[in-house]
Design a protein around this ligand. Structure first.
Ligand code: GLV
Ligand code: GLV
Length: 325
């Protein structure tokens, strides 16, 4: 059998090597940028497998034109960039990379929480600009974490890892989840499952970890932001469109909330007008899983998924298991 694979962006070598050992042709996007949709269509044609990024739109048309396609292996835990229903209808397996990026993404959420709460980016800018004129009693005062309330929206793997890290600051934890109640968080942290409104009203820090779906698009809009405490902070390391970004700009500008830490945006890589001008928000360029260790594991995981499917086996991280029934 000859297998042909397309990798839509340069990724760590480890997974690429695994694929080269099994596949006759492994083509990697040579550019230091995502493929355009037309380039993606063209390059996907004739491939047995594509290893895709969250910035690639994988839709029904692409899966129709790439008639040999057996698997789309997303290099991400989220897979809202893929039309999974169309994939299932065509018998194309879709896989993701859960678990290996849980800790790095939870770390990123905390990094953003600290940065915005202790005004690190503002302080860095001031210091570099030569404006640090010595210690000052009222300079860049932030907020404390100890004993505050952390609200986790979406207490899955990453949300739980975020919550577990709050033990260092003896935080009270509230959470919402679309799934069953989170027994581990309840037992280990005394966490309470509440409705969204209660979580918004009572939390000092709110961290978003829900996948993006039609149900969660703009889950946090003007009304939800208005329910938050004026002293509260919002952190998002999930998907940008879970927040109505325009409403967030408005709330940050009018001090409806204290601040925000964002790793993801509604229309990446574009930012909503006004967002970048605000001092009370820290903006990271989608770095949640961006550690050497995690990205290496993601490349191996995506390769394992592809190799399993090419060998007609069930891959370890299938998101549309219906294709096998
Ligand atoms: C990154 O955002 C991912 O879904 O892995
Ligand atoms: C993602 O892995 C999640 O379940 O939070």
């Amino acid at each position: 059998m000859t297998f042909t694979v397309l990798i839509t962006r340069q990724i760590p070598e480890e997974g690429v090597k695994m694929l080269r050992n099994v596949c006759q042709s492994v083509e990697i996007n040579p550019h230091d940028r995502p493929l355009t949709y037309d380039e993606l269509l063209k390059s996907a044609k004739g491939r047995d497998a594509i290893l895709t990024m969250l910035s690639d739109r994988i839709d029904a048309r692409l899966m129709l034109e790439a008639a040999n396609l057996k698997i789309v292996a997303n290099y991400a835990v989220g897979y809202d960039n893929i039309d999974v229903r169309a994939a299932t209808a065509k018998g194309v397996v879709v896989t993701n990379t859960p678990g290996v990026l849980t800790d790095s993404t939870a770390d990123m959420a905390w990094a953003l929480l600290f940065s915005v709460t202790r005004r690190i980016v503002e302080g860095d800018k001031l210091t570099r600009a030569g404006k640090f004129a010595g210690w000052a009693p009222m300079m860049l005062l932030g907020g404390d974490l100890m004993g505050k309330t952390l609200g986790i929206i979406g207490a899955g793997r990453i949300g739980s890892a975020m919550a577990m890290r709050s033990r260092g600051w003896c935080m009270k934890v509230l959470y919402t989840t679309q799934n069953r109640r989170n027994g581990v968080l309840e037992e280990m942290l005394g966490a309470r499952r509440v409705d969204l409104e209660t979580l918004l009203r009572e939390s000092d820090f709110i961290s978003l970890h829900t996948p993006l779906s039609e149900k969660t698009r703009h889950l946090i809009g003007a009304k939800e932001l208005s329910l938050m405490k004026r002293t509260a902070y919002l952190i998002n390391t999930g998907r940008g469109a879970v927040i109505d970004e325009e409403a967030l700009v408005h709330a940050l500008r009018n001090k409806g909330i204290k601040g925000a830490g964002l790793d993801v945006y509604e229309e990446e890589p574009k930012l909503k007008p006004g967002l970048a001008e605000l001092d009370n928000v820290v903006l990271a360029p989608h770095l949640g899983s961006a550690t050497v260790e995690t990205r290496t594991k993601m490349s191996l995981m995506a390769a394992e998924n592809i190799i399993a499917v090419l060998h007609k086996k069930k891959p370890p991280n299938c998101v549309n298991t219906e294709v096998f029934t």
